[in-house]
Write a protein that binds this ligand. Sequence first.
Ligand SMILES: NC(=O)c1ccc[n+]([C@@H]2O[C@H](COP(=O)([O-])OP(=O)(O)OC[C@H]3O[C@@H](n4cnc5c(N)ncnc54)[C@H](OP(=O)(O)O)[C@@H]3O)[C@@H](O)[C@H]2O)c1
Length: 338
Amino acid sequence: MRLLVLGGTRFLGRHIVDAGRARGHTLTLFNRGRSDPAPVPGVEQIHGDRERDLSLLAGRQWDAAIDTSGYLPRAVRAAAELLAGAVDRYTFVSSISAYGTFSRPGLDESAPTAPPPPPDADDVTRYYAELKAACEREAERALPGRALVVRPGLIVGPRDPTERFTYWVRRLAEGGRVLAPRAPDQPVQLIDSRDLAGWMLDLVEAHATGVFNATGPAAPLTFGPMLERIRSATGGRAEFAWVDEDRLVEAGVQPWDELPLWLDLPRHEDFRGFLAVDAGRARGAGLSFRPLEETVADTLAWLGQRADSPRRADDVVLPPPAGLTREREGELLERLAA
Ligand SMILES: NC(=O)c1ccc[n+]([C@@H]2O[C@H](COP(=O)([O-])OP(=O)(O)OC[C@H]3O[C@@H](n4cnc5c(N)ncnc54)[C@H](OP(=O)(O)O)[C@@H]3O)[C@@H](O)[C@H]2O)c1
């Protein structure tokens, strides 16, 4: 197939590109050439800013477009309207965040999405849910019945620029005493970027449309066992210093940002369903998952070889890297787990 990827050089998009090349598809990427300026062998690269000018895409034809870089409805509208006559199908990568509220577990694709953002809202951090939901509607509006909307949960694995899952892999591989929230039963969902990329290509190849939550694993996973499995898969050198959630909060530790994947559910009832959505529809459509241990091993191998900083200072979409510095972790261990 001839595939156009809007994005394609950072994380999920890059895995889609790698999988697409391995399957013999012909790929064109459209991006600014900033995130990874190195050419991808055998792939056509068109450089442009999707928020300013898409004219370099005009007059071309592809079988499918895959939009991994849509955050603003007006940018998705512009691309989807331009490409409506140029592609058969348009895949938009949304997020489970599009639901906006997560007070109950088991949200499926029929759950309402976030209300419209304020007019001209472009603060992607503040209005992420509203903007992503509005982007989905723009894709479907421009290509009625021809849009595929994928709502991933937390995406993990090699090339992840967010440091969320990666924090635990790196920290537990380093060994020593590791500060960890005592939240053994908190649900966790995540998906290896390569599993997501391969399955998305399966759907694109099958001309699928509609909406899919996309997260794993297949069997329920909770926070304590997840950390234990990462510890084992990284050599078992680390020793956990489990600290009660209340005490972490009293000490000012930020759930999710400082200790990633920890939600502090006792104080955040409204996130009870965030890492517990229903991905049954995607599993029914063939989504499958490699073992967590394989993701851990590959993430660790990637960490050993990546450049110091995978992010750019002018990137407004990415949050600051998650996780504690070793210095802050040391102070907290002294105070909370002496
Ligand atoms: N990470 C998660 O846990 C998670 C969870 C749920 C959903 N998602 C969604 O997953 C998607 C995948 O993100 P990704 O970063 O992995 O995708 P990616 O396609 O690997 O990287 C982002 C691409 O967008 C390009 N880009 C950014 N701004 C652009 C602009 N103004 N004009 C043209 N190109 C632009 C970047 O290249 P240049 O910088 O060179 O332009 C880069 O190629 C996102 O839509 C995100 O909302 C992520």
